[in-house]
Design a protein around this ligand. Sequence first.
Ligand SMILES: [Zn+2]
Length: 119
Amino acid sequence: MSEKTVRYGYFEGRTGTLKDLQMCVGDGWKDLIETCFNTCVKHNVHVSQVKEKFGGLRFYVGGAPQEVHDIIDECERLSYKTCELCGKPGKPREGGWIKTLCDEHAGGCDEYCTMLSDM
Ligand SMILES: [Zn+2]
């Protein structure tokens, strides 16, 4: 069986695999990307761009049914609670730019972080 692909990018005729899309953001969001990717494959939706902006996942599609938008909206919402690096529970952190990270990757020194490193 050949690898699943979606129409991807701004040029006609280009396709992307799940890996191509997952490469656009941190590893912690792999599962979120996979969920969006699968629904786009199923409905033959064109994915124009995948990126991180202001700490959240942005998964841009062209001409998709409501069902696809609902799934993408949910994944984008979840990305604000998921560390972009490791997938653990996280929240948006302000540094030079905003990233959604868990306590460990935010380099926090609160009790939760200490508890994690003791585990
Ligand atoms: Zn993390």
